[in-house]
Design a protein around this ligand. Structure first.
Ligand SMILES: [Zn+2]
Length: 476
């Protein structure tokens, strides 16, 4: 197997991947804030994390994967201001006349997220951990930061003191002033805050929030960033191999995760930081004012499958921005249906054979080299098409290669409805007889009977495809 390389945001270099424990890779992914549907930008991030995990598994690693759900503490603005997003969900429901609690909102949108995830064939993490179930661990972490002098309390919040952490801007590679540009636009509401970059570990100034917990500093709720540090360390250890997320997390959320984790433990928090780029819609940044935050519902309302969206994501390298258009999604669908049909034919023809051993096949090596090169999935897709279009490869080799590649691509190529999986044995016998009769009619050049038999099969919702390996019947 080839050597795996990743581009590490922390060092801004392509690096050889060397896990702490070669037997088990630890992987943490920032999950959804469960107050609304995931949009196509979020779904790209989860699909990227999925191809990463599948690549690790394909190359022989075992993976321990943890993902959080944020069900408290993420404010509407990165500057720790505004309204808690879960409370926005509660308010919106109230505006629709629904009386729901914060936990109802979190539960509802966690279910929606799981549904979207499964519909795109994204592998579930080993743990999907809600922030509200880990408040104690967060309080413990804040206590340590306070004891070590990295945190201070004002009347409104407990803050992390960035001046005590000299490598604070290492991940972003920016100067602190640049990093703060977004924050400066906000009105600073806490005059006791020492530095504009200091961020909230524990919120004390929202007594009307519906989720409040006791703490050594008073009743309140955690800041957003502390949850990922607490949960990543609880499940994966003080130093983890890989942490993923969107590039929007680099200057604030992930920068803060590093600061508070490393200040608390004195150890490196994450060895490899991997970030996916944005999705644009019709070449425009997604924004509230443009109303272009498409969700899975929009995809389905336009008569596309969630798997079409998955294929679209595979077409771009994760470190490059991708442009979403309905035309591009149409192209992804055509490509996906094309490969799906080719595999359906191969499965039908070779259904009674054992899969060939393609362990050392040249095209398998080519595929593996692409994915090992910082997840070059577009390159891997091109190898898939090379196999599909090949005139030299025997069908059985093609089938074995395509099903093998699908462990990484996740296009569910093995789940294709064929007459062998969807019809009863009696129906298969009947269809087989019609197929044989038609072949005989064709041999004796009785074209009208052959056409009639084809129509007969069409009425049974069976489509006949004449291939070099004989006629194949497909459902639908
Ligand atoms: Zn996070």
């Amino acid at each position: 197997m080839p050597t795996l390389h990743f581009y590490n945001t922390l060092t801004r270099k392509l690096e050889v991947f060397a896990p702490i424990n070669p037997e088990l890779v630890t992987l943490y992914t920032c999950g959804p804030t469960v107050y609304d549907y995931a949009h196509i930008g979020n779904l790209r991030a989860y699909t990227f994390a999925d191809t990463l995990k599948r690549t690790l598994l394909y190359l022989g690693y075992k993976v321990h994967h943890t993902m959080n759900t944020t069900d408290v503490g993420q404010m509407d603005s990165d500057a720790d201001l505004g309204e808690d997003k879960i409370m926005i969900g509660v308010r919106r429901a109230a505006e629709r006349g629904e009386q729901v609690t914060a936990m109802d909102i979190a539960k509802l949108y966690t279910e929606k997220f799981i549904h979207d995830r499964d519909s795109m064939n994204i592998l579930p993490p080993d743990e999907l951990t809600p922030a509200t179930e880990h408040i104690d661990a967060m309080i413990e972490l804040i206590k340590i930061l306070k004891e070590k002098g990295f945190a201070y309390k004002t009347s409104r919040a407990v803050y992390f003191d960035v001046s005590k952490f000299p490598t604070y801007t290492q991940l972003s590679g920016q100067k602190l002033e640049e990093q703060l540009e977004g924050v400066r636009e906000e009105v600073v509401v806490d005059p006791e805050k020492r530095h504009p970059a200091d961020f909230r570990l524990w919120q004390l100034d929202q007594p009307n929030h519906s989720m409040l917990w006791d703490s050594p500093w008073g009743k309140g709720f955690p800041g957003w960033h502390i949850e990922c540090s607490a949960m990543a360390m609880e499940y994966l250890g003080e130093t983890i191999d890989i942490h993923t997320g969107g590039v929007d997390h680099i200057p604030v959320h992930h920068t803060n995760e590093i600061a508070q984790s490393e200040a608390a433990t004195g150890k490196k928090f994450v060895n490899y930081w991997l970030h996916n780029e944005f999705i644009r819609v019709n070449n425009v940044k997604m924004s509230k004012s443009k109303n272009n935050f498409y969700s899975m519902k929009d995809i389905i309302d336009h008569n596309f499958s969630p798997m079409d969206l998955r294929y679209l994501y595979l077409e771009a390298h994760y470190r490059f921005p991708q442009n979403f258009t309905w035309e591009a999604l149409q192209g992804a669908r055509s490509a996906r249906l094309n490969v799906t049909e080719q595999v359906a034919i191969l499965l039908t023809v070779h259904h009674d054979q054992e899969l060939e051993n393609i362990e050392n096949h040249e095209l398998r090596n080519k595929f593996a080299n692409y994915i090992a090169d910082d997840l070059n999935i577009p390159g891997a897709l091109s190898v898939m098409w090379e196999v599909v279009r090949s005139k030299e490869l025997p069908g059985s080799t093609k089938l074995a290669l395509l099903l093998d590649f699908d462990n990484v691509l996740g296009l569910e190529l093995e789940k294709i409805p064929t007459i062998y999986t969807k019809f009863s044995l009696d129906e298969i016998a009947e269809i087989q007889k019609l197929l044989d009769d038609r072949e005989n009619a064709k041999k004796s050049k009785d074209w009208s009977s052959a056409d009639e038999l084809r129509n007969h099969l069409t009425q049974k919702n069976v489509r006949i495809i004449d291939t070099s390996e004989g006629p194949v019947a497909l459902l639908g």
